[in-house]
Write a protein that binds this ligand. Structure first.
Ligand code: AVI
Length: 310
């Protein structure tokens, strides 16, 4: 349905949430290690060098049981830095990672059980909006981690709505630890979304391979290219799939053909970059206040501590 709607629209679009099948997970994992993709490294630096500062900023009480919920947990690389210190300092908590990919969650659970046998883990499979409703079921204090600038893949209005819903489902003093990529020059941002090895290209075009496999499409992948765009004034990196020629593509399960002209683009992803003004806009009317902020030494990335107020 989404695919039909997106490819019938003008301009055409496909949702970035469909990037993450098994191949997409593996490609994103590669992206995180690319020299051009500074995002993961910058946030990992914050988690490795400022772990105690994070714990202090979250105002956790070692004797009060809490839930550590991670939205879009991925491989948990950064979170493990925090888990290690919480475990060492004998905090009482349950780690609840949520991800849209079951494959990613299974791997994460295995590695947490191996690395941290004392930490209770309760994985949740689904999309972000799904977890919101389950939050109210428990009355323990909560820390929600939303890292990696994952929020940047939502248009501002959706992000605002999401944070408001999150706020409405949390209690006073609960925390949202939000990781955002900061607005910076195109010289730095653009290569992160159009790397020299073509991994991001493969990640983007995998959407078409997925439509071929799951919906009986006949996309000729070589007839499409990857394109990234970023203007510092706007602060949003945008990814597109571009048709290299005039062509028609048949999608059997939709019983429909779609026409692409040379140079025509399918919008596939936005990655918003932030500053404190934009974070303020996004949390407006959500009941959250900014009560802290940490950055890496290069000032590429920030983690905001948002506290739910009365
Ligand atoms: C998951 N997300 C925050 C990544 C980003 O930077 O927007 C996805 C990504 N797309 C291309 N490269 C990485």
């Amino acid at each position: 349905m989404d695919v039909d709607k997106g490819l019938s629209a003008s301009p055409k679009h496909l949702s970035s949430k469909y990037f993450y099948d098994k191949k997409g997970d593996a490609l994103f994992s590669q992206i995180m290690h690319l020299p051009e993709y500074y995002v993961t490294r910058a946030e990992l630096e914050i988690f490795s060098l400022q772990t105690q500062i994070i714990i202090d900023a979250l105002q956790l009480n070692p004797n009060t049981y809490f839930e550590l919920i991670e939205l879009g947990a991925g491989d948990g690389l950064k979170t493990k830095e925090l888990l290690r210190l919480l475990d060492k300092q004998k905090y009482k908590f349950e780690y609840i990672p949520l991800d849209i990919s079951l494959n990613v969650l299974e791997n994460l659970e295995k590695s947490i059980n191996t690395d941290f046998p004392n930490i209770a883990i309760n994985r949740q499979h689904g999309d972000y909006f799904h977890v919101l409703k389950t939050l109210k079921d428990s009355h323990h204090p909560k820390v929600v981690l939303f890292l990696g600038s994952n929020i940047g893949n939502m248009p501002d209005e959706i992000a605002k709505d999401f944070i408001a819903q999150l706020g409405a489902n949390l209690n006073v003093n609960d925390k949202l630890f939000l990781g955002v990529d900061l607005i910076k020059s195109a010289e730095i941002v653009l290569p992160a979304y159009s790397d020299s090895k073509g991994v991001t290209k493969a990640f983007n075009l995998n959407l078409l391979t997925r439509i071929n496999r799951e919906l009986g499409g006949n996309f000729e992948i070589a007839n499409f290219d990857h394109q990234a765009e970023y203007h510092e004034a706007e602060g949003v990196a945008k990814s597109f799939i571009v048709s290299k020629c005039n062509q028609e593509v048949r999608i059997e399960n939709l019983d429909k053909s779609f026409y692409f002209s040379t140079g025509e683009r399918i919008a596939t992803e936005i990655s918003r970059k932030y500053n404190t003004r934009i974070v303020h806009q996004i949390i407006e009317h959500s009941g959250f206040q900014i009560t802290g902020m940490l950055s890496d030494r290069g000032k590429y990335f920030s983690n905001y501590i948002l506290t739910k107020e009365a």
